[in-house]
Design a protein around this ligand. Structure first.
Ligand code: BES
Ligand code: ZN
Length: 849
C-alpha cells in the first residue's frame, strides 16, 4: 500500500546508527511459503545511544523477540520495529516468517524456477529479518541453511555441509545489502584460481541442470578478472571460495554479494550457438564488474546510499579499463560514449536530472541511474587524466590502505587524491554536486604565428543546480598540420574558468585542432571551426576516437539538414566514410562502428537542442534515406567487404573474430537494401552461431522476408529462454513505425510471454520503447500499450516497472499533440490508488507540474 505522503530522505540528515553490530548469526528453515528466519545479533550501544532501538523490517511476520534471553514485545509498524534496549552490550534474537514464493518483487528472499535466491541491495535485507538495514552497519555473519536441496549456499567460507544442512562463515565485516543465500537443485561448473600470494581459491558457477554447457566462458572471464585486478590494482581475492549463481528471474544484471555473486542468467550463461558476440562481451564485463566490487564496494563500502557512485562509478570505471585491456581500447571507448549519449545525456538534460551524488531521494532503487554509474565513471576517468596515471595509482593504493573495512564517502575518496597529489580538488568536487551536461564551445585564431584556442563552458541551471559554477574540464587536445601530421601530440588542457584561452607558439603553420580527444570529459562540444574541419579530421585524425567522432558529426549534421531542409545526404560524409571503409589497415570493428548512424533519439535530442521540435517520422525517413545512400555509395565495395570478413575456422568470441562479424553483418544489412534478402537467407541457413543467425534474421525481418526464418527460429529455440528473449525482442526492433505497436501487442498474447519475468517483459516492452518512431507514433498507441503493461506489472514488480518509466523522460521534447497523449497515460498511471512508491516517484518527477 502506498504511503500517504512519500518520505524524502536527505543527505544532510545523515546520522550514524547508535549501536555497533558485533556479530550476526542467522538460521533459515526453508519453506516455499513459510520460511522461518532466526536471528541472533550482538549489539553494543555506542556512547550516548538512545534507550530504544529501531530495526528495519518489511513484510515480516514476527514470531518472537528476545533480548538476552528475555521475551520482549516491540512496537511493530510496516517499516520496522522499535524496542527498549539495555545501555550495555546485548543479544537480540528474533524469529520471523516470510513467504519467498509470494515475493514477486524479486527483492529479499524469493523463488525463481524452483530455487531460492536473494537480492538485498539496496534495502532488501529488511524483507528477510529485522535489522539496521543501512550500509554503514557492518558485521561478520554466520549463516545456517536447512532445506531439502542439494545445494545450500551463503556468503564467505563453508563450515559444514551435510544433507539438507549447511553452515557458512563470512569473516569479513559487511553491510546487510551484501548478504546472499541460494538453495536449489543446481549443478556446479568448477574452477580453481591461485592468487598472487599462492592461496588457492575454489571457483564455482552454479546453474540449473541443462545449462552446464553455457559455463565455460563465464568461468574464464572470472579468472581473467581475478588476474587483472592483481596485476593492475594489486588486489587479491580474500576468501577460500568464490561462487556465482545464475538465476532466471532477476531485476538487474548481477549482484556482488560477498563470495556469492548472483547473476541474471542472461548476464553469465553463454555458448556460441545461443549467444551473440555482444552477449559474450557484456558477460565478460559484468563478471569483471561484480568481481571488482570485492574491493571497490565490499571491502570498502558506502556510508549511505547517497555515496552510491563511490562504489558503482569506480567499479564501472574499473570494468571499462578491463574491457579496454582485454579487447580494443578505441572500440570500447566509442561504445561507452554511444551509451553515455544514449542514456546519460537524456537523463542529465531532462526531468530526472540529478548530480552524480544526489542529495535527496524517495526510493533509492530509482537512483541506480546512468548518471550515478556512467557519469560517475567518467568523473573518475577525468580525475585520472588530471592527476596522471602514476598519481592515480598512488591514490588508489592509499585508498585501499586507509579505508579497508570502512563505509566511506566521496569526501574520503577525494581526500585520498588530495593527500596523494597535494592538489586542491574543491573545484573538481563540483562534478559530484552539480547536475547537467556542460556545453563547451571552442573557437580558434592564428595571429602573427601564435595559435590560440578559446574555450567557454556553460552549464544550464536546473532544479538541483540552480546556480551552476564552472567545473574543471580536462580537454585533451592535439594539433595537426594541413597534411595530417601531428604538430603537437595530445596534451591535457585544463579548463577551469568559464572562458579561457590557450596559446601555442613556434608552429610552422596554422594547425588544425583535434579537441576533446578520447572524449576526455562528458560534455557537449560545439565549435565554429572551418567548414571542412570535420571532414579533414575524418580523413586524418591520429586519435581514433576523434576520427570516429568526426564521422558522427558529419552524419548528424547531414541528417539534420535532410530533416530540416529536405537536403540530400552529404557527399563529403559519404566520401570520407568510403575511404575509412576501404582502409584495410583499420580494425574491422572500428569500421563497423564508423558505419553506424546516430540513434534516432539522439537526433531528436540534437534537434531539440537547436530549438526544433523533433518529428519522429521525419527522423525515421531521413535515417532510412541515409542508409540507402550508404548502400548506393558503397555498392561496389560492399560485396568484397562481406566476403573478405567471413570468419574462417571455428567460432571464438574474441575481439578479432567479433570485429570481422560485425563489419560483415553491417555490410549485409546495407547489401540487402539493394539486392533483397537472398544473401541474408543464405547466411541464416548456414549459420552455426547465434551472431550470424540473429544478424541474418534481423535483415530478413527488415526486408519483410522473415516469416519462414522466424518460425524456424522459434521451433529451434523454444526450449531456451534466453534465446527466446531475442526472438521476442528482435521482431519489435526490426518492425516499421506503422507495424511495431501491433507486433508488440501480439507478442504479449503469445503463450511464452511470461511478463512476470523481467527479461521477457523487457524484451518486448523495452524494445517497443526504444523503437523511436514506433513508440512515438502519432496515434499514441505506443504510449498506451506501454502504460497498460506498466499498470499490470507495478503491483507485481515495482522496481522493474519504475525503471521502465524512464523511457517517458524525454516526452516534453515532442509536439503538443504527442505531449497531450503522453500526459494522459502518465496521469492514468498516477491515478492508481495503490501505485508503488518506486513508480510514483519516477512518474511524478517525469510528469512535472
Ligand atoms: N550492485 C549492482 C546491482 C544492483 C543494482 C543491485 C541496483 C540493486 C539495485 C551491480 O554491481 C551492478 O551494478 N550491476 C549492473 C551491471 C554492471 C556491469 C554495471 C546491472 O545489474 O545492470
Ligand atoms: Zn556495480
Amino acid at each position: 500500500m502506498r504511503d500517504a505522503a512519500p518520505q524524502t530522505i536527505y543527505l544532510k540528515d545523515y546520522t550514524p546508527f547508535g549501536f555497533d553490530v558485533t556479530s550476526v548469526a542467522l538460521t533459515f528453515d526453508l519453506h516455499p511459503t513459510a520460511t522461518r528466519v532466526t536471528s541472533r545479533i550482538a549489539f553494543a550501544p555506542k556512547p550516548g545511544a538512545a534507550p530504544e532501538m529501531f530495526l528495519h523490517g518489511e513484510n515480516l511476520t514476527l514470531i518472537s523477540a528476545h533480548i538476552d534471553g528475555v521475551a520482549v514485545t516491540p512496537d511493530v509498524t510496516p517499516e520496522g520495529l522499535t524496542c527498549p534496549v539495555p545501555d550495555t552490550p546485548f543479544i537480540w534474537e528474533t524469529e520471523v516468517e516470510i513467504d519467498p514464493q509470494g515475493n514477486t518483487a524479486l527483492e529479499g528472499l524469493y523463488m525463481s524456477g524452483g530455487m531460492y535466491c536473494t537480492q538485498c541491495e539496496a534495502e532488501g535485507f529488511r524483507k528477510i529479518t529485522y535489522y539496521p538495514d543501512r550500509p554503514d552497519v557492518m558485521s561478520t555473519f554466520n549463516v545456517t541453511v536447512n532445506g531439502p536441496h542439494p545445494v545450500l549456499l551463503s556468503n564467505g567460507n563453508p563450515v559444514t555441509a551435510t544433507d539438507g544442512h549447511a553452515e557458512w562463515h563470512d569473516p569479513w565485516p559487511k553491510p546487510a545489502y551484501l548478504f546472499a543465500l541460494v538453495a536449489g537443485d543446481l549443478v556446479a561448473h568448477p574452477g580453481e584460481f591461485t592468487t598472487q600470494s599462492g592461496r588457492k581459491v575454489a571457483l564455482n558457477l552454479y546453474v540449473r541442470p541443462g545449462d552446464e554447457g553455457k559455463c565455460a566462458f563465464g568461468m574464464q572471464a572470472l579468472k581473467d578478472s581475478m588476474t587483472w585486478d592483481e596485476q593492475v590494482y594489486g588486489r587479491e581475492y580474500d576468501l577460500d571460495i568464490f561462487n556465482i549463481v545464475a538465476v532466471d528471474d532477476f531485476n538487474m544484471g548481477a549482484m556482488e554479494n560477498k563470495g556469492l555473486n548472483i547473476f541474471n542468467s542472461s548476464a553469465v550463461l553463454a555458448s556460441p550457438e545461443t549467444s551473440t558476440d555482444s552477449n559474450f562481451e557484456r558477460i565478460e564485463a559484468i563478471i569483471a564488474h561484480e568481481y571488482f566490487h570485492n574491493w571497490t564496494g565490499n571491502r570498502i563500502t558506502c556510508r549511505d546510499w547517497f555515496q552510491l557512485c563511490l562504489k558503482e562509478g569506480l567499479t564501472v570505471y574499473r570494468d571499462s579499463q578491463f574491457t579496454s585491456d582485454m579487447r580494443s581500447t578505441p572500440v570500447k571507448r566509442i561504445s561507452d560514449v554511444i551509451d553515455l549519449r544514449g542514456r546519460q545525456f537524456p537523463e542529465d538534460q531532462g526531468p530526472l536530472s540529478h548530480p552524480v551524488r544526489p542529495e535527496s531521494f524517495q526510493e533509492i532503487n530509482n537512483f541506480y541511474t546512468a548518471t550515478v554509474y556512467d557519469k560517475g565513471a567518467e568523473v573518475i576517468g577525468m580525475l585520472r587524466r588530471l592527476v596522471g596515471k602514476q598519481a592515480y595509482d598512488a591514490a588508489l593504493t592509499l585508498y585501499f590502505d586507509r579505508h579497508d573495512g570502512q563505509a566511506c564517502t566521496i569526501e574520503d575518496w577525494l581526500q585520498v587524491f588530495e593527500d596523494a597529489t597535494g592538489r586542491d580538488l574543491s573545484q573538481f568536487k563540483r562534478w559530484y554536486s552539480q547536475a547537467g551536461t556542460p556545453t563547451v564551445t571552442v573557437t580558434d585564431s592564428w595571429t602573427s604565428g601564435v595559435y590560440t584556442l578559446t574555450f567557454t563552458q556553460d552549464l544550464p541551471p536546473s532544479a538541483t543546480t540552480p546556480t551552476p559554477q564552472p567545473q574543471v574540464i580536462p580537454i585533451v587536445t592535439g594539433l595537426l598540420s594541413p597534411s595530417g601530421d601531428e604538430l603537437l601530440p595530445s596534451q591535457v588542457l585544463e579548463l577551469t574558468d568559464r572562458t579561457q584561452s590557450f596559446t601555442f607558439e613556434g608552429l610552422p603553420e596554422r594547425p588544425i585542432p583535434s579537441v576533446l580527444r578520447g572524449f576526455s570529459a562528458p560534455v557537449v562540444l560545439k565549435h565554429d571551426l572551418a567548414e571542412d574541419h570535420t571532414a579533414f579530421l575524418l580523413a586524418h585524425d591520429t586519435d581514433p576516437f576523434n576520427r570516429w567522432e568526426a564521422g558522427r558529426d558529419l552524419a548528424r549534421a547531414s541528417l539534420r539538414s535532410m530533416i530540416r531542409e529536405g537536403a540530400a545526404p552529404d557527399a563529403k560524409y559519404l566520401d570520407g566514410l568510403r575511404a575509412v571503409l576501404a582502409d584495410e589497415t583499420l580494425d574491422p570493428a572500428y569500421r563497423a562502428l564508423m558505419l553506424g548512424l546516430p540513434s534516432q533519439s539522439d537526433l531528436a535530442r540534437a534537434l531539440h537542442d537547436d530549438g526544433v521540435t523533433p518529428d519522429p517520422d521525419a527522423i525515421w525517413t531521413a535515417s532510412e534515406t541515409m542508409r540507402d545512400a550508404q548502400a548506393d555509395h558503397f555498392a561496389d565495395l560492399l560485396p568484397g567487404l562481406y566476403t573478405a570478413h567471413q570468419v574462417q575456422g571455428s567460432y571464438a568470441p574474441d575481439a578479432d573474430q567479433a570485429g570481422q562479424r560485425s563489419l560483415a553483418n553491417a555490410t549485409l544489412s546495407l547489401l540487402a537494401r539493394r539486392e533483397g534478402p537472398d544473401r541474408a537467407q543464405a547466411q541464416y541457413n548456414s549459420a552455426d552461431n547465434m551472431t550470424q543467425q540473429l544478424a541474418a534474421l534481423a535483415v530478413l525481418l527488415r526486408q519483410n522476408a522473415g516469416d519462414a526464418a522466424l518460425h524456424a527460429f522459434e521451433n529451434q529455440w523454444a526450449h531456451d529462454r534466453l534465446v527466446m528473449d531475442k526472438w521476442f525482442g528482435l521482431q519489435v526492433m526490426q518492425a516499421t513505425p506503422e507495424t511495431v505497436v501491433k507486433i508488440a501487442e501480439n507478442l504479449t498474447q503469445h503463450d511464452d510471454f511470461n511478463w512476470k519475468n523481467p527479461n521477457r517483459f523487457r524484451a518486448v516492452m523495452g524494445a517497443l520503447a526504444t523503437h523511436h518512431a514506433g513508440f512515438h507514433h502519432a496515434s499514441g498507441a505506443g504510449y498506451r500499450l506501454l502504460a497498460d503493461w506498466l499498470i499490470k506489472l507495478d503491483p507485481v514488480n515495482p522496481q522493474t516497472t519504475a525503471r521502465m518509466c524512464a523511457v517517458f523522460q524525454t516526452w516534453t521534447r515532442y509536439d503538443t499533440d504527442r505531449q497531450t497523449r503522453v500526459a494522459a497515460q502518465l496521469d492514468r498511471i498516477l491515478a492508481l490508488p495503490d501505485l508503488s512508491r518506486d513508480t510514483t516517484e519516477m512518474l511524478t518527477r517525469i510528469r512535472g507540474s
